[in-house]
Design a protein around this ligand. Structure first.
Ligand SMILES: [Zn+2]
Length: 131
């Protein structure tokens, strides 16, 4: 099961504010059913309960490419270098203060991806290697 949380979304069409369950964290080896969605880059799809408009949310999703030692933060809004740097700093500071994480991080590559085409390629490679 992917890691999820609840967030408030404002409908771009009718303005209705509604709560939606969104995916924060995906573990590739356990969430294979999500491969298609990850490949499309449209991971967080929500629908307005009033007017039925579909939204794709531009939020960051952490994807664990297990069993490979690779963790990817897919964030469509992180295309600017300064945003990436900030995210990278956040990651490092979280890892530094946690012994367990620090150990994991030494063996794990952390990558920030904002381009859905790049993410798609990574997922395809992973799926080929672990089918
Ligand atoms: Zn609506």
């Amino acid at each position: 099961m992917p890691g999820t949380s609840t967030t408030e979304v404002r409908c771009q069409k009718c303005g209705r504010v509604f709560e939606a369950e969104v995916i924060d964290h995906i573990d590739m080896s356990q969430d294979r059913d999500l491969l298609k969605r990850i490949k499309s880059g449209k991971i967080n799809r929500v629908q307005c309960p009033k007017c039925k408009k579909v939204h794709y949310l531009d939020r960051g999703v952490v994807i664990n490419f297990e069993p490979e030692n690779l963790i990817v933060l897919y964030d469509p809004s992180a295309s600017r270098p300064e945003v990436r740097e900030e995210l990278m700093r956040d990651y490092r500071s979280v890892v530094m203060f946690n012994e367990v994480l620090e150990e994991v991080a030494q063996e794990t590559e952390f990558k920030i991806v904002s381009d859905s085409a790049e993410l798609k390629k990574m997922v395809e490679q992973w799926a080929k290697a672990h089918s």
